[in-house]
Write a protein that binds this ligand. Structure first.
Ligand code: ADP
Length: 729
């Protein structure tokens, strides 16, 4: 080849170097270069093919180089300068290519041979080349092609290369992929440890950009604890399990003050430095402060090793910061999840304990109650009782029954909730049974001046229900309707709708506000300040109904308009497909707490004001005062008829007692005829004890009347509240 160059030189036409015109810095450098000292000789002797190639090179904005002659002497343009970097530009000009690219010659040398010796073009796509351009071995990527340049002899005089550096794209893609994996890795982590492990697993898939990672967290004792490590082992010199904030291994103190710190002398600090993917020591690490969500102070430090073959530039720095942010987010999300989970578990545990407690305690209540009710019922059968004795026992009996009913509801409910109640489903003529149950309320409705419509035509087929449970469903709904309806109609209807048996209990009562409707079936939920015939209630009725209906594969719903009334609708499927086969028509289950239609009706009757009259009149007329003087008058307000009757009986020997069913009635009575003392319950429908007290105190004619609150609300708080409201006692 040497010979050929000489021959070409002889043939060269004088060009005067005009082909080197333009070309920026490289044009200038080429024009000034002492070519005479090189195997190429002076410009005038250069072969035309080289002149043309160099001229194209100089006038292109695309990074290119030419290797010419047997040594592949190097020509490049301005656009190629950054590829050579500070260590190779401008010394590379005119030097043999193997000398310039010695560190990658094992890779590009054979490619150059292909082009020059074999005359074949090459193509390399994103080829990794470990170049030394800035004084360190650097991970770079290039897409390029080597093409042979034919000279005037028809042989290959040199090679031409157009190349694109793709380092930014290749590494950027790799980091982006890693960040994406990191972001989704811990999405469904269930604990902080789990989240950390998942993040570490993702970080370990990219050891090039994160040769190692250490996660330290501040403990309550003020020490830093290693809570996770990627590509490193706890206990390694770089990764002690615990560290004081102030230590001579890692500069934690500065990081804890919120600074990001770069440590670039790892091999000075540690005997065994971690190695990079290319097995060279990792010299640099970035220490990032991490502040938990909602906190102000730094509470963790993440240490991320740096790829020794990449500069820690802005891109790299922000990638590492994003890695840290992703891990921190995953950890705090998992922490929130964990806490939420623990709270939910604690609540569920509490719920179970409560159910167990209700279940046990209700059971315990039933035995003594039954033992009290039996003897009272027996005694009431004796004809020798005086009217007064009978009245007293009646009260005891009625209220014992009421207590039993409440206890039973509670027991039923907790059993259903605990899944301990098993229904037995019997083919039932639902229309007939429902009519019979609702009929029991006729007398109460008559006394209350309400109309009770029962429209239950026979259904096309029997419905499978547990008779005891159905009874509770109907009685609860009708007694609620009665409790909250002062005038109009209560309608009970059964019909077949869309393959279901449907029970509707509709009333023209006080209704339920839209904001309360969604909560109405929650256990123990009661509408605050609901206007009803009584304030009594436990908030368990509707919750129990809902559970019982669900046991039948049915649904219960309510619609209501405040002031207009409510409609409760229960739907049960026909047939048996939705029910457990082994519970159909089977032996009656012993779990039911028994039916008690009369208890419901009796209780409803006691809510009626008329009842007071009757009960009150049963009380023996008060003995006249011996000296014929006027007896003091007491006005008694209580929504429980038995309580009115009982208190009245206690006082009737010495006082004239007027008993009314709520605060409003009491206020009216006081205005009509001021009493000497007002004895008032606190929780009452229409106007409660506090409202009554305020109204009395605001009335100049009545403000002097002493008021005593009488309440089942036990405790000092209630007492203080009453006294603060200006009750006398
Ligand atoms: P309780 O009647 O023992 O308070 P329930 O679970 O039966 O408990 O009812 C819960 C609440 O729903 C009642 O306190 C009442 O405010 C409201 N409610 C139930 N039925 C009706 C109705 N027919 N009309 C108006 N309000 C009702």
């Amino acid at each position: 080849m040497e010979r050929r160059v000489n021959r070409q030189t002889a043939q060269a036409r004088t060009s005067g170097g005009t082909f080197l015109s333009g070309g920026g810095e490289m044009g200038e450098l080429m024009r000034a270069h002492q070519w005479a000292d090189t195997p190429l000789g002076i410009l005038d002797r250069w072969p035309q093919s080289l002149c043309t190639a160099v001229s194209i090179l100089l006038n292109s904005k695309y990074p290119m180089f030419i290797g010419w002659g047997p040594e592949l002497l190097f020509f490049y343009n301005d656009a190629y300068r950054p590829i050579l970097g500070a260590t190779k530009h401008p010394v590379a000009l005119g030097r043999p290519m193997q000398e310039i690219w010695s560190e990658i010659w094992d890779i590009v040398g054979p490619l150059a041979d292909r082009a020059v010796k074999d005359g074949e073009p090459t193509w390399s796509d994103d080829l990794v080349l470990m170049m030394n351009r800035y004084g360190f071995i650097e991970e770079t990527y290039f897409t390029f092609s080597y093409s042979p340049i034919r000279d005037e002899t028809g042989g290959v005089g040199g090679m031409f290369c157009a190349c694109t550096e793709t380092t930014g794209t290749v590494i950027g893609d790799r980091r982006l992929r890693n960040l994406h994996d990191l972001a989704i890795s811990a999405a469904d982590a269930t604990s902080v440890t789990d989240a950390k492990q998942r993040c570490i697993a993702v970080i370990e898939t990219n050891p090039v950009d994160t040769p190692f990672a250490l996660f330290y967290r501040l403990q309550a004792n003020g020490k830093m604890l290693l809570t996770g490590a990627a590509n490193a082992e706890q206990g390694q010199a770089i990764a002690p399990e615990t560290l004081e904030v102030s230590n001579n291994i890692w500069p934690f103190s500065r990081v804890m003050r919120g600074q990001t710190v770069v440590v670039n002398d790892l091999s000075v600090r540690f005997d065994d430095v971690p190695l990079s993917s290319w097995a060279d020591p990792v010299e640099t690490a970035l220490l990032l402060p991490v502040t938990d969500l909602g906190q102000v102070e730094t509470n963790a430090i993440y240490i991320l090793g740096i790829n020794p073959r990449r500069p820690l530039d802005d891109d790299y720095h922000s990638y590492l910061q994003l890695v840290a942010n992703n891990v921190a987010t995953a950890v705090s999300n998992a922490n929130a999840f964990e806490q939420e989970h623990q709270r939910a578990q604690a609540l569920a545990e509490l719920d179970r304990a409560k159910t167990d407690f209700f279940s046990n305690v209700s059971h315990e209540f039933r035995t003594p109650l039954t033992l009290m009710l039996g003897p009272i019922e027996e005694t009431l059968r004796h004809t020798t009782l005086t009217g007064r004795e009978r009245d007293a026992l009646d009260i005891a009996f009625r209220n014992g029954l009421r207590l039993l009913r409440l206890v039973n509801s509670l027991l039923d409910f907790s059993r259903v909730e605990a899944g301990r109640i098993q229904a037995r489903y019997e083919a039932t003529d639902l229309a007939a049974v429902t009519t019979e149950l609702a009929n029991n309320f006729h007398s109460a409705c008559d006394s209350a001046g309400l109309q009770l419509d029962i429209v239950c035509p026979a259904l096309p087929e029997p419905v499978y229900v547990d008779p005891d449970m159905w009874e509770k469903i109907v009685l609860n709904l009708v007694s609620n309707a009665f409790k909250f309806t002062f005038e109009g109609t209560i309608s009970v209807a059964v019909s077949a709708v869309d393959g279901h048996a449907e029970l509707t209990v509709r009333d023209t009562g006080t209704g339920i506000s839209a904001s309360e409707l969604p909560h109405i079936f929650e256990r123990f939920h009661r509408v605050p300040d609901a206007v009803g015939r009584t304030h009594e209630g436990s908030g368990i009725g509707l919750a129990l109904i809902q559970e019982l209906v669900h046991l039948h594969g049915g649904s219960v719903a309510v619609t209501s308009t405040e002031g207009k009334g409510s409609t409760f609708t229960v739907r049960l499927p026909f047939g048996i497909d939705h029910l457990p086969a082994d519970r159909i028509g089977s032996e009656p289950s012993r779990s039911s707490t028994g039916n008690n239609v009369s208890a419901y009706v009796e209780e409803a009757l006691r809510w009626l004001p008329e009842d007071i009259g009757k009960a009150a009149n049963d009380v023996a007329p008060p003995p006249a005062s011996p000296d014929g003087a006027r007896r003091p008058r007491i006005l008694l307000a209580d929504d429980n008829a038995d309580m009115r009757q009982y208190v009245r009986r206690l006082l009737a020997d010495h006082y004239d007692v007027e008993a009314v069913e709520d605060g409003q009635a009491a206020l009216e009575a006081a205005r009509a005829s001021p009493p000497d003392l007002v004895l008032s319950d606190v929780m009452m429908p229409r106007l409660d004890g506090f409202g009554l007290l305020r109204a009395l105190r605001a009335d100049p004619d009545l403000r002097h009347i002493p008021v005593i609150h009488l309440s089942a609300r036990a405790g000092e708080n209630a007492q203080v509240e009453g006294l603060e409201a200006d009750a006398d006692d």
